[in-house]
Write a protein that binds this ligand. Structure first.
Ligand SMILES: NC(=O)c1ccc[n+]([C@@H]2O[C@H](COP(=O)([O-])OP(=O)(O)OC[C@H]3O[C@@H](n4cnc5c(N)ncnc54)[C@H](OP(=O)(O)O)[C@@H]3O)[C@@H](O)[C@H]2O)c1
Length: 321
């Protein structure tokens, strides 16, 4: 099969598509013919050795796929050959065939195509667990999101609105802000607006913050929080890990709350599964609308990865092998 292979850690454009042997499913694994693989910011980091997890080399990046089951490993029950599924792969997705643990498969609801399905699990899963389990966002509260036009940002906006919050979306360009407004944000501001804090204060401040950027952007968010606010630290797209001025937490009874969605699979899988069942139901009902802005072939996979790394993409980018 063909796959994007990371032989040595390095710049995104140093990785090449190669012919490699088809992977064979092991115990309780299935092989999936990949029709689409979602691109996540973590994929841009993992191939450069800048992510918290470092798979053994060589490896194929790509953590969430949609496709058809083509082979069953030992001990797999209740899954049929040819079944349409979404699957979490951790690595291996940017390939014609990927392996996934049978117990992470989600049957693809009728009417949902592979492209939308590949853009679904990580982004919606992260935002749902972040807002419901970690921040315990309540109807009537105000939620502020930076990187609001990005992969996880747009899903936080959609889920925040479904949970009854007033949503403030931040983005860096007019095009991105227009998308955030179209997706239902109640207020949209330029993330670099020097008066941002005053504007958010004039709206009463934020109960919950959703920070995917880190660095200075985290500190700006912190200053927008109100009494008993909860600031979710979701990602560091800026590349800078923020330092928390604890005096601000003390003065306003603010909590900074960590979010690492993938770690629920190891530490508390029931939270993850309950959330995915709910999200898949909403997807089936048409209440969630994955926003895929660009589709690339496998040969162009590094272009898709670079679009995220260079802050050029909106919504989700998908690779179709
Ligand atoms: N904790 C978890 O479980 C979890 C799960 C999924 C993702 N994440 C993290 O969440 C972050 C966002 O992921 P994503 O998939 O939504 O990525 P994405 O689609 O590329 O969105 C990232 C957003 O961050 C903003 N940004 C600010 N500075 C940036 C920079 N220097 N480079 C790139 N973007 C920058 C951009 O919006 P503006 O241009 O409008 O500022 C962009 O829309 C990443 O750090 C990712 O690792 C964490």
């Amino acid at each position: 099969m063909r796959a994007l292979v990371c032989e040595t850690l390095g710049p995104i454009n140093s990785h090449r598509v190669q012919e490699i042997p088809d992977p064979l499913p092991g115990k309780r694994q299935v092989a999936v013919r990949v029709h689409a693989c979602g691109v996540n910011f973590a994929d841009t980091l993992i191939i450069q050795g800048k992510y918290q997890e470092r798979p053994d080399l060589p490896f194929v990046p790509g953590s969430e796929v949609a496709g058809e089951v083509i082979a069953l490993g030992e001990g797999v029950k209740g899954i049929a050959l040819g079944q349409r599924v979404m699957a979490l792969t951790s690595v291996g997705g940017f390939a014609e065939i990927a392996l996934a643990a049978a117990d992470t498969l989600i049957p693809l609801p009728d009417g949902i195509d592979f492209t939308d399905a590949a853009a679904f699990t990580v982004a919606y899963g992260t935002s749902h667990v972040a807002l419901e389990t970690r921040a315990q966002l309540k109807a009537g509260e105000t939620l502020i999101i930076n990187g609001a036009s990005g992969g996880v940002g747009l899903t936080a906006l959609e889920i925040g609105k479904m949970m009854g919050a007033t949503v403030i979306g931040l983005a860096s360009t007019e095009e991105k802000r227009a998308l955030v407004a179209e997706h239902g944000a109640d207020h949209v501001f330029d993330v670099a607006d020097p008066d941002l804090r005053d504007k958010v204060k004039a709206l009463g401040g934020a109960d919950v913050g959703y920070d995917v950027v880190g660095g200075d952007a985290f500190n700006t968010m912190l200053r927008c929080m109100k009494f008993e606010g909860r600031l979710l630290t979701v990602g560091f797209a800026s590349g800078e890990i923020p330092q928390v001025p604890a005096n601000l937490l003390l003065v306003k009874n603010i909590s900074v709350v960590g979010v690492y969605w993938g770690s629920y699979a190891r530490n508390n899988p029931s939270v993850l599964m309950k959330s995915l069942v709910q999200l898949t139901h909403w997807l089936k009902e048409g209440q969630l609308r994955p926003h895929v802005s660009a589709v690339y072939s496998l040969d162009e996979a590094t272009k898709g990865l670079e679009a995220l790394a260079n802050r050029q993409s909106v919504g989700k980018v998908v690779i179709k092998p």
